[in-house]
Design a protein. Sequence first.
Length: 276
Amino acid sequence: MDEFLKLGLVGHPVGHSKSPLIHNYWIKKYDLAGEYKAIDVRPDNLESVLDGLMEEGYKGFNVTIPHKETALTLCDSVDDIAQAVGAVNTICIENGQLNGINTDVFGFLENIRGNRPQFGFSTAPAVVLGAGGAARAVVQGLLQEDVPEIRLLNRTRGKAEILARACKDRSKIHVLDWEDRHRALKGAGLLVNTTALGMEGHSQLDIDLAALPEDATLNDIVYAPPDTGLLKQAQSRGNAVVGGIGMLLHQARPAFQSWTGVMPEIDQELMDIVMQ
Ligand code: ATR
């Protein structure tokens, strides 16, 4: 590819993002000419900033908080997964058209598959904690993999109800009270934390894992720190655990592919770079 690839992340704030590290690593690794920049875009400015960046010849963007839902409305085309999630996290520009996709579902599923190749999504209920943007992608991923039941719990129950109502397969989703999170684990095959709890600067998730079957898998999508209290708690009672860094890395792969045609691989050097 001869063209200099202009790529970026639009969000607010964007300073903490690992995406520039990931995409610039792959640009170099695959011997492409280009640069991926983090661009701080205030909530009201998305449309005008995107117009300006297109004028400058940008090929694509990642979209993060708080723009993922607005991006869906600004795109000329949106794939089925982004439509189902209700959010676009990747835009690819072709012939002046904005094509939106959502790679978070892929990131969530590949992270589990990569770490637990033998895990069967369709064999037991899954418990999902949280009802923000990440939870929407996780719930869509689980429905796509034909999970028999999703128990959805959020501190603000109404948000979980809105999420469930927006899903095609809503009969599989059971919204429960946040206070019932300990009991909700009975018979589950997977527990996913999508809340901010356990993240640097936040308190730990307070949950009693006694009812979680020993053969269940726990996935914490928090990746900073990589070893959350929840992961350690589950590991110490013998559950298989999957951290969040893999979701971050895997969601970046189809984004990079949409802009460059190259499906990049995750190697140890990249893992070391993002864990720093
Ligand atoms: P994201 O898009 O990354 O999922 P978000 O939309 O800010 O981020 O969602 C954060 C999630 O963490 C929400 O489910 C939030 O619960 P509320 O909907 O009740 O706000 C959850 N969360 C944040 N702080 C929490 C806390 N102290 N206790 C329980 N849940 C919390």
